[in-house]
Design a protein around this ligand. Sequence first.
Ligand SMILES: Nc1ncnc2c1ncn2[C@@H]1O[C@H](COP(=O)(O)OP(=O)(O)O)[C@@H](O)[C@H]1O
Ligand SMILES: [Mg+2]
Length: 424
Amino acid sequence: MFHLYLNNELAGKLEIDKNQRMSFSYYEAYIDRYSVPVSYAMPLATGIPPTVFHDEVVFPFIENLMPEESMRLKIQKRNNVPEGDLGRLIELMAGDMAGAISILPIGVEPEGRNEAPLTKPKLNKILLDTNSSPFNLDNDNGRRVGLAGAQNKLPVTILNNLIYLTSDKSSTHILKPESEKIEFGQLVYNEFFCMNLCKRVGINTAGASLIEVLNKDGIESDCLSVERYDRNIQGGLVTKIHQEDFCQLNGHLSSKKYDTGIGIDFFDLIAFIKERCISPQLDTKQIVNLYIFNLVIGNRDAHAKNISFLYHNDGGIALAPAYDLVCTEVFDTLSREITMPVNGKATITEINSGDLRSVSEEIGMPYKDFTKNVDLLMESIKGQSQEILHEMEDMNLYEDSIKHIKQILAIIRDNSRILTSILK
Ligand SMILES: Nc1ncnc2c1ncn2[C@@H]1O[C@H](COP(=O)(O)OP(=O)(O)O)[C@@H](O)[C@H]1O
Ligand SMILES: [Mg+2]
């Protein structure tokens, strides 16, 4: 049995039986004092005996908190976790996760140990080690950190410019080092460029910067540092804001994130926002702009786990800032299909003006205004991408990195041309 905390407040208990079936129930004291549920699928409700949520809702929620694909396999192998033993993964990782959640063995408190700040060589070594030992979790070192996704990453706490390894206390940033896979060379600079571009064109986006590190060959390189939008720092004190991704909100397992067959279409996302969010107008505008942005920059990885929602203290939800933005189109091995199709259309050349017209109708915007908005956004993307390129040219990066960014700019030009002809 585990205790489940939200922002260090004991919320309920999670039980996993010997067949790995999960159940969850809230403690009454939590329901009396707080309004944020652990999950949309597990609303707060008083009752005697308390409501018990069963495996069909609890399992997808928990599974989606965990790393995915090869990342999960590596962790399992490295720590001798049998396939499917989520209880053991929880024990290893579920201290500091996405949102405000911590799931801890009973008797372990959510307050963390105080670690010394990392020196540069130590940070370098740990980041390199994470290639074989994701999240630096080896040997039950009690660090208990984890995030979803298939890329290598390390949540850290950065306070007053000092970087700390996160144990059970809260991380504030996510470091994403260079990919081990040669075919994804320059990914750090690609993501840095796309994240900053998105922010500059007025879309609410997590902050992203570069941190100098040494790569495995001892050569100076950079890792991406992304500010966590699900953390609030005041006077050195970090509090967590709860979040769920769109897979969790639909009760789908993480392996379904690309599966358009399960019905996650862009219109489902708009419908969800209109129905559930506290500021539907603001959030639909943001999601439409983000959709267009992803079309233009060639990000074909904007699936249901790369869209999240934040909980306000009163339990209301709002679209989270954009994250994990990459021009995937520049990588030859990756699919050209849009991961969240519009009207079932999965490539930019398939989309027609009728599809965009139905998006404008869905968000209640006259098509003329809609096309004007898209035109302005495209102009802004083109202008700002030039500016960021110039700034990156001044950053003393390797020639290959700049070449990669120039390729992205060419993709942006091509996609803008296609989109302009669709709009006509
Ligand atoms: N800036 C952020 N703030 C809070 N949570 C984030 C942020 N960026 C990513 N996450 C969480 O971490 C998970 C993995 O990060 P992501 O950048 O998507 O990695 P990957 O490239 O491996 O998919 C996301 O699914 C989301 O839950
Ligand atoms: Mg992701």
